[in-house]
Ligand binder design. Structure first.
Ligand code: NAD
Length: 440
């Protein structure tokens, strides 16, 4: 099928590459011309495993890029919108990009269209967009809510084999067109779930809020273990063995980050307020998310007798492994606070050095943070090591080597990813999240 996708970020580009790979003819549109130039040269502007290969395989035969929306619409009946919906000051979702694209598409449309909202948007947005396109266009434009559930780091697999494809529309014809578009990803079983646009909009926020709440809940239990000298690993294994609970998203750590959970949770709470409902649990999950970094900071401070003049090695900057996304990454929150207390940081991440550098420049602390290419180099002369992202590269370090390189003895495993015994046998002190301190 011939489609256009507006917004060539994580979602738009992955969707475009996957639809093209499945045989659709895709034109991706963006306002960022430098990004388009890099894409045309075959470079993905962010790290996502497998995406560059997919691009190379499909460009330019079935996948092309342009900044000209009018040209992109030519001959296409399906237009997907995947532009950003960043948070406003008050936590609500900034819909300006989505509404601007809807208006532009409506004005440029030369034929009847299905406009598919893939961006994460609060309930009621489909109605708003429908009103705009009806007012602005002579063509009939049917607005469908089709939220995206892919995970950065595993985005292609998620897109090709989705758990579900949510289609929010009352329009049979639009549903039929989208069923055809998604047919290649639907062969093994029918993953399409048709519902009202309002329900489709709510599903996306509900899914993210539930996942984030599980993380915050587990972090809270880890804090309890910490205070009572329990071991959250034992608690996690016993909890997850209950089939009603299961093991997914039960890992304590430094809190959730990234471009979705924090912003979507805040937007959900805000939407509730606008509708006169207090969404207490979602609010609490956000508040609880501040605790793990604050706790780690306190433990660091206690262990090192203050942070002024100290050197902290940090392994991992991305908000999770297999991505270079550092938006709302706990590692960067920690680094900002450690630096504010007078420490210097030596950090390493397998993919996120560039993105982190930009953030550190924004926060005006790059002069206090050395970004290194090797994890052991980051530990040279460090008073403590913090593992902030559970990259597989960090799982089994040479602990003896760490001991020789470090000035201090403290290893803080912010993701419970190291083998504690190996750290302790080398003469280091191990502190995980919600786990007894070993080797002190
Ligand atoms: P992104 O910031 O990576 O990309 C958005 C792109 O839209 C940018 O390239 C920007 O230049 C472009 N854009 C903005 N205004 C435009 C306009 N008027 N015309 C054309 N292009 C325009 O965003 P993303 O991470 O891909 O997220 C997009 C949406 O999908 C958001 O609503 C997000 O919440 C949602 N989402 C993201 C993920 C994720 O893992 N990143 C997962 C599911 C859903």
């Amino acid at each position: 099928m011939k489609i256009a996708i507006v917004g060539t970020g994580y979602v738009g580009l992955v969707a475009g590459a996957c639809f093209a790979d499945a045989g659709s003819d895709v034109v991706c549109v963006d306002v960022d011309k430098s990004k388009l130039a890099r894409l045309e040269a075959g470079h993905v502007p962010f790290f996502e495993p497998g995406l560059e290969d997919l691009l190379k395989r499909n460009c330019p035969a079935r996948l092309r890029f342009t900044s000209d929306l009018g040209a992109a619409l030519d001959g296409r009946r399906i237009v997907l919108v995947a532009v950003g919906t960043p948070p406003n000051e008050d936590g609500s979702a900034d819909l300006s990009h989505v509404l601007a694209v809807a208006r532009e598409v409506a004005q440029l449309a030369q034929r009847d269209l299905v406009l598919v909202l893939k961006s994460t948007v609060p309930v009621g947005t489909n109605s708003k967009v429908s009103a705009i396109v009806q007012k602005e266009s002579k063509s009939r434009i049917s607005v469908v809510s089709n939220p995206e559930f892919l995970k950065e780091g595993d985005a292609i697999n998620d897109f090709l084999k989705p758990d579900r494809i949510v289609i929010g529309t009352e329009d049979d014809r639009a549903f039929e067109l989208l069923s055809r578009l998604y047919a290649p990803f639907n062969r093994q079983r029918n993953r399409l779930l048709r519902m009202s646009p309002m329900s489709a909009e709510i599903v996306k926020y509900a899914a993210n809020a539930l996942l984030a709440t599980r993380i915050s809940f587990m972090n809270e239990i880890a804090r309890l273990c910490d205070a009572a000298n329990g071991d959250v690993e034992d608690v996690r294994i016993a909890l997850g063995s209950d089939q009603r609970i299961g093991y997914h998203f039960l890992y304590p750590g430094l809190g959730f980050g990234g471009s979705c959970f924090p912003k979507d949770l805040r937007a959900l709470v805000r939407t509730g307020e606008e509708l006169g409902i207090r969404l207490e649990l979602s609010r609490a999950a956000t508040v609880a998310n501040e605790a793990p970094v604050a706790d780690l900071l306190r433990h660091l401070d206690d262990a090192l007798g203050g942070l002024s003049g100290k050197v902290i090695a940090v392994w991992g900057l991305a908000f999770k492994p297999r991505t270079d996304d550092v938006r709302e990454a706990p590692a960067l929150k920690l680094i900002e606070q450690v630096v504010a207390k007078g420490a210097r940081v030596r950090a390493m991440d397998p993919q996120a050095t560039q993105t982190a550098r930009a953030r550190l420049v924004e926060a005006k602390i790059l002069d206090k943070v050395e970004l290194l290419a090797d994890p052991y180099e980051a530990c040279t002369g460090a008073d403590a090591l913090v593992v902030a992202t559970e990259w597989s590269e960090f799982r089994s370090p040479d602990a003896e080597r760490l001991k020789r390189l470090m000035r201090g003895r403290h290893v803080f495993d912010g993701r419970n990813t190291l083998v504690a015994e190996e750290i302790v046998e080398a003469g280091l002190v191990y502190r995980g999240v919600g786990r007894p301190v070993l080797g002190a």
